[in-house]
Design a protein around this ligand. Sequence first.
Ligand code: BF8
Length: 674
Amino acid sequence: MMEKATSEKPRKKAVPTEASIDPATRQMIARAQDLNIETVFDRAENMKPCNIGVQGICCKNCSMGPCRLPLPKSGIEGEDDRKGLCGATPNTIAARNFIRMIAGGAAAHSDHGRCVAEVFMSAANKETDVYKIKDPGKLLSIAPWFNVDITIEVDGETVDRDIDEIAVEVAEKALNEWGKAKGELLYLKRAPKALYEKWEKNGVLPRNIDREIVEIMHRTHMGVDQDYKNLIKQGTRTAIADGWGGSMMATDLQDVLFGTPYPLESEANLGVMKEDHVNIVIHGHEPILSEMIVAVAQSGEMEAYAKSKGAKGIQLSGICCTANEILQRHGVPLCGTFLQQELAIITGACDAMVVDIQCIFQNVANVAKCFHTKLITTHPIAKMEQENVIHIEFDEHYALEDAKRIVKIAVDNFKNRGADVMIPHQKGTQIAGFGVEAIKYHLGGTFRGSYYTLNDNIINGRIRGVAGVVGCNNARTRHNEGHIAVVKELIKNDVIVLTTGCNGIACAMEGLLMPGSAAAYCGPGLAEVCETVGIPPVLHMGSCVDNSRILLAASEMVKAGGLGNDISDLPVAGSAPEWMSEKAVSIGHYFVTSGVYTVFGVTLPTSGAPVFQKYLFEDIQKLYGGMWDLEVDPIKHARKMIAHIDKKREALGINKTRERIMMDMATRRELESA
Ligand code: BF8
């Protein structure tokens, strides 16, 4: 069936037990090796990362280079006189590289947001029948942030405005955020006042999304900005434009179009694929197309068509953040994380993999070639050169037709499956779909409708603090090990975890998103709260653009009171234990500059520029209250976060757990008469 080695030299193979902690993943890596198909795990054995690039001090911004400035093994004694041909210092080079990563990440999130805004505009203008406003309540809740009135005065009376009019105006205002000529991003005012004032004082209020990204490319061009503090200032402006701009609008407009998530039950891991069903795996990030595929695949017409071809039905599942999007709104199961994308095809049971944008390995096309799998690209900006890839360009005006065509290709392909199908049995059950609103409801109750109960439990010490643990897998570290170890250590120490992205998928695979995991893994305080309220100790808040939900949850905590007046006062911390993408750097930086101590695992491309790294790890705290850190060991990583949380508890004067005293009537009377 297959072969794939590309050189004469014998290639090394990954050891499955060392490559992943997940049994399903190990099984599929071994199967791939038996079939002589190479995966990312094997490639990571054969190609080691460049030591200079890892340190962040390779400059290839002009053709006199690349100039490489590695740290000497003996360290730097005295003055650091390393320079590129133009004289660029390690600080300049590392800062330029770092903010170019922010630009890449912010561009990816924000361009995704722009596509959603454009579809929202089509829906508002009624240019399409298939996209409609599914959650008018959410539209009304965001309209005022765009300065769009939701009521008008008629004959001296206040009446509700027509929802369609509101939608058109919100769409116009939202799209304007990418390129307006004057002013600042409108959503910045959603941050706590104290934070907004810090941004204003430091001169980092983003003007419009595209401009900030373009300005990074300009400033990092040869011979422009050569002051690492000034460079990172632009990185800050751009990262804020991502978190509080492009990503936040993507999240909100997706909720308006497709519904705001509320908790629902589903499953996760490769074991969600079914041998007797047509398996369609959706992979990427934008839910615009996948929403339609869900609708079509679940229609009676397509179910019947699948049955007519000998299948028992259609099993949809997802990889990466598209998976999180269709999980949180429809309960579609998660097939796997970023590092499992090739493995879904290696089951031999994937009839079609449908991809849109971001985090897609080009090698899925090579793996698909070894099986019957149809690989379908759908986005005009994301095609692949391999000949076996089918491109069906998705157009929102013909969304249903496109989705039907794609599902039909998968169904028709069912009969071409080989006999050697191997689907791992492992899958975890999960409760996902905790948006800001759902957390408010579950922890605050219908009437209270605030984060008061969460704050109260933090103040009384049952919950020690809140951690946002997010981000990717990285083939340079054992698949899912860091994710799970960090999260387990946090919940063991009564820190409730908010998760998104591939961390959310990893936690779902491990069963940590079930309320029952509270008794098994949590400290007594957090377990008590979870059991009383009926929530898991790890709350899945969605995809990577939905990290904006974590920013808003933190802002709600500030609003609920009792924990200071800024996000930087809260006992919270952020983490990306297995990060790999530029998007993660942008997220990390908007967490930090929103006041959150944020720890990354694996590596950080700043180590070759110690002065710049110190600025990120220490000095930047004076400006925004948050700072970066790097910790590879997952237990130490979690403990650093806990230590920060404890420091914040101490500053708030809530570091001593209040003892609960059983009072007799005499003591009560004494207290009352006092
Ligand atoms: O945006 S966590 S590997 S899937 S980049 Fe990609 Fe990283 Fe996964 Fe979602 Ni986010």
